[in-house]
Design a protein around this ligand. Structure first.
Ligand code: PHB
Length: 388
C-alpha cells in the first residue's frame, strides 16, 4: 500500500468508528436497507421491499419518540456496490442499522463495515451458515441452507430414496446445501452418485440435467437461489426427467412462492423443506398473506418473511434501546422470541442466528393454484452449520 492509501484507509476507519456518536444526537433514526431491486435477484428485492412497506404501514414511523426513516438502496446484487452503499449509509446517512443482503457475497462484503462502525446488520435474505460468523454485529432473520438441506435429507432417508444426485448453485449457500444434504443422507445409509453445480449468474441447466438422466438416481436434490426455480422446472420437464422416474426433491428456494403459481404441473408433488410457506395455516400468516397481497398485489415468499421479521427485530430492538444504535441495539436484538408468519422464532443470543421450525412440504393444487402444503416439521431447529 502507498502512504496515500494508508491515509485514506485510516480516514475511512475513523469515519466509520465515529458513526455511533453522530446517530445519538439526531431525533430521526435511520435504517439503511440494501437490496437487489434490479438485476438477476430483483424478485428478492421486490419481496423484501414489499414486506418492509407492510411492516411500516402496520407499525408506524415513531419509536421511542423519534421518527423512523427507512432508506432503501439498490445494489443489483453486486457485492462491491453493497459495500460502497453500506459505507455511505453509515458515514453520510448515519443509519443505526443496516439490513437487506440479497445474496451471500453481499453480506460478506458488508460484514467488515458492520464490525468497524459497530452497526447491527440484519441479514434478511442471504443464507450461508457462516455469514453470522463474519461479524459480531450480524443478526439473521432469513434461514440457513444447512437447516433446509438436513430437513429434506431426513425425509428422503425415511421415504425409500436410496440413490441421489445433488445439483446446487456454485457458491456459498450451494456448498452448504450440497454438504449438509450429502452428509445426512449418507449418515443414514443413502448414497450420493454425483454432485453437480451450476453458476450463480445465467445458469444453463441443460448439460447438468443430461448428467442426471444418465446417472439414473432415485431422486435429484436441488438448491437454487430464489428466482431460478421456474426456469429450472421448465427445463426439467422439457428434458423429460419427470417422466423418467427421477423424483425431484429440493429446498423451498426452488418451489418459491413468488414463482410457484406459474410453474405448472411439473412442480406438483415436489417434496421440499423450508421455513416458510404462504400456505402456513396459522391465523397470523393468513392475515400476513392477505395484507401483503392487498398492498403489493403479489404473493409473499420466504424472502418477504425474512424482511418482515427483520423489521420486527429492528423495531423491537430500537424500542428497548430507546432509539440508540451500536452495542445497545445489538444487545436488544439478541434473544428476541416472537411469533412470525412462518411460526415460532428465536434469535439465538449466542450465535445471533435464527432458530425456527423447518417444515416438510409438498406442492399441491388448491383452488386452481399451486402451494407448498406443510405436512411435517422439525421443531425449533438451530443451524446445523454451527454445531461442529
Ligand atoms: C444466498 O445468496 O445466500 C441466497 C440467495 C437466495 C436464496 C438462498 C440463499 O434463495
Amino acid at each position: 500500500m502507498t502512504i496515500r492509501r494508508h491515509l485514506l484507509a485510516a480516514a475511512a476507519l475513523a469515519l466509520l468508528a465515529a458513526a455511533p456518536l453522530a446517530q445519538a444526537q439526531s431525533d430521526t433514526v435511520k435504517i439503511g436497507v440494501i437490496l437487489p431491486m434490479t438485476g438477476q435477484q430483483a424478485s428478492t428485492g421486490r419481496q423484501i421491499d414489499g414486506a418492509i412497506k407492510l411492516w411500516v404501514a402496520q407499525n408506524g414511523k415513531k419509536i421511542a419518540g423519534k421518527n423512523v426513516e427507512v432508506i432503501v438502496k439498490d445494489d443489483q446484487s453486486l457485492p462491491d456496490q453493497t459495500r460502497r452503499l453500506a459505507q455511505e449509509l453509515v458515514v453520510n446517512d448515519k443509519v443505526v442499522a443496516l439490513a437487506g443482503m440479497g445474496i451471500t457475497p453481499s453480506a460478506m462484503a458488508t460484514a467488515p463495515i458492520a464490525t468497524q462502525s459497530k452497526t447491527p446488520l440484519v441479514v434478511m435474505a442471504a443464507a450461508t451458515s457462516s455469514i453470522t460468523e463474519a461479524s459480531p454485529f450480524i443478526v439473521r432473520s432469513s434461514f440457513t441452507l444447512p437447516q433446509a438441506a438436513v430437513g429434506i435429507a431426513e425425509w428422503a432417508n425415511k421415504n425409500g430414496i436410496k440413490k441421489t444426485v445433488t445439483l446446487v448453485a456454485d457458491y456459498g449457500p450451494g456448498f452448504d446445501a450440497e454438504k449438509y444434504f450429502a452428509d445426512r443422507v449418507t449418515l443414514n445409509g443413502g448414497q450420493v452418485l454425483e454432485k453437480l453445480r451450476t453458476p450463480l449468474r445465467a445458469p444453463d441447466f441443460a448439460p447438468v440435467l443430461q448428467k442426471v438422466r444418465d446417472a439414473k438416481p432415485d431422486a435429484l436434490f436441488v438448491f437454487l437461489p430464489s428466482g431460478q426455480g421456474a426456469a429450472f422446472m421448465k427445463q426439467f420437464a422439457e428434458r423429460g426427467l419427470d417422466k423418467a422416474g427421477i423424483r425431484l426433491i429440493a429446498t423451498g428456494d426452488v418451489t418459491d412462492d413468488d414463482q410457484l403459481a406459474d410453474m405448472g404441473d411439473v412442480a406438483l408433488g415436489v417434496v421440499n423443506s423450508h421455513h416458510y410457506s404462504a400456505a402456513h395455516p396459522s391465523a397470523l400468516n393468513k392475515k400476513f398473506v392477505a395484507d401483503f397481497m392487498a398492498m403489493n398485489k403479489f404473493r409473499p415468499n420466504f424472502m418477504a418473511v425474512g424482511g418482515y421479521d427483520g423489521m420486527r427485530i429492528i423495531y423491537k430492538g430500537l424500542e428497548a434501546s430507546k432509539g440508540a444504535g451500536g452495542e445497545a441495539l445489538l444487545a436488544a436484538m439478541k434473544g428476541q422470541v416472537f411469533e412470525s408468519p412462518r411460526g415460532p422464532v428465536l434469535i439465538d443470543a449466542q450465535t445471533r442466528d435464527i432458530v425456527h421450525d423447518m417444515y416438510i412440504r409438498k406442492v399441491e393444487k388448491k383452488d386452481g393454484q399451486l402451494w407448498n402444503v406443510e405436512f411435517d416439521a422439525i421443531k425449533a431447529m438451530k443451524d446445523p452449520g454451527k454445531q461442529k
